[in-house]
Ligand binder design. Structure first.
Ligand code: FDA
Length: 308
């Protein structure tokens, strides 16, 4: 019930200015974000990889209207990928990129800039021996993101897509993307979306998630099941068995700091489990989306604000 109001409030500049003065070291932030630097992200990755997990790293940032900022984000990813390779981690570590952080939202040539920047990150990832997945943002960007994906896949077919079960269109998008070699991360969707394009009730979103799972797991691609929901995980496992999929022909994904014991349990059972690690100074939007999913954390969050 509190999800939509929190997502709406998160758009207020006043709230953003107040919350962004919190140090990254404050408890609520570190429970979801291991740090602000490349070093802190790579150290967190090494720890999880030692425990038998895989990771995908997200240099935090979104909706940039500044070309220099978009270019700085590309440089941050290149530094990260070089460091992952140097430490011998890139076999189990990939990166997740938000196109709006690399220029998609720029006026005029936004899409072109985002494509070129994403291409540069894909090239650096390939040189490091790993891959890129394009995060999905709100529904106004879906067509543009899928078009950029199509273009990138001409040279980098290993590039992963993200689809959001809450959108009405997603079952059809799953069908289009369930082809051989196509890596598709299925999540429920974290944005405030209107009724005209998205299911609003959890039950309907969950039903859509299951329909999409059926399409992806029956298909020829590589499904990446991104959910902490025990029911979705159970259903995905049952569907994978039904379709004769062996471990490693799909994977589970969860966010850093959420259900870590379940991440390890699945990995110990032989599943591939990838943890999404966000890092950097621009943690505000990410934190607000996590709070919206877990309003129980609001008290903890408000206490951190008062005591800062
Ligand atoms: P649901 O929200 O129903 O939660 C199920 C259970 O998980 C809860 O009962 C609780 O136990 C636990 N849980 C969930 N959220 C929690 C939290 N914040 N804190 C503590 N416990 C929590 N979205 C998007 O729009 N675009 C994207 O590109 C991505 N990318 C992405 C990558 C990965 C690897 C994951 C796991 C998720 C995303 N998401 C995303 C976010 C996704 O859309 C969704 O908002 C969250 O994963 C929460 O949905 P669940 O499927 O976990 O179910």
């Amino acid at each position: 019930m509190l999800r939509q109001p929190i997502l709406l409030l998160a758009k207020s500049d006043k709230v953003k200015n107040l919350v962004s003065t919190m140090p990254v070291s404050s408890g609520i932030v570190t429970s979801y974000v291991p740090g602000e630097t490349t070093g802190s992200a790579v150290d967190a990755s090494a720890g999880l990889i030692d425990d038998g997990l895989h990771v995908t790293l997200d240099f935090l940032g979104e909706d940039t209207l500044d070309r220099a900022q978009a270019d700085a984000t590309v440089a941050a990813y290149k530094e990260l990928l070089a460091e992952l390779a140097r430490r011998g981690l890139s076999g189990r570590a990939e990166v997740s990129v938000k196109l709006s952080a690399v220029g998609q939202a720029l006026p005029d040539e936004g899409e072109k800039v985002a494509l070129e920047n994403a291409r540069e990150i894909c090239r650096a990832a390939r040189n490091a021996g790993t891959t890129v997945t394009l995060d999905m943002e709100d529904h106004t960007t879906t067509d543009s993101t899928l078009e950029i994906l199509r273009n990138l896949r001409k040279d980098f077919p290993e590039t992963g897509a993200v689809l959001q079960a809450m959108l009405h269109r997603t079952e059809a998008d799953c069908r289009s993307l369930a082809y051989e070699g196509s890596r598709v991360r299925l999540c429920k969707g974290a944005y405030h979306e209107p009724e005209s394009v998205a299911f609003q009730d959890k039950v309907d979103i969950d039903k859509s998630y299951v329909r999409c799972l059926k399409v992806l797991l029956a298909g020829q691609g590589y499904p990446m099941i991104a959910s902490h929901d025990p029911r979705m995980i159970q259903i995905a496992s049952a569907l994978a068995s039904r379709h004769g999929r062996n471990h490693g022909t799909y994977e589970f994904q969860m966010l850093y700091g959420i259900r870590p014991e379940e991440q390890r349990r699945l990995a110990e059972a032989g599943e591939t489990v990838r943890v999404y690690i966000p890092y950097g100074q621009e943690w505000y939007g990410y934190l607000m989306r996590r709070l919206a999913e877990r309003p129980q954390n609001l008290t903890f969050f408000l206490r951190s604000l008062v005591s800062k």
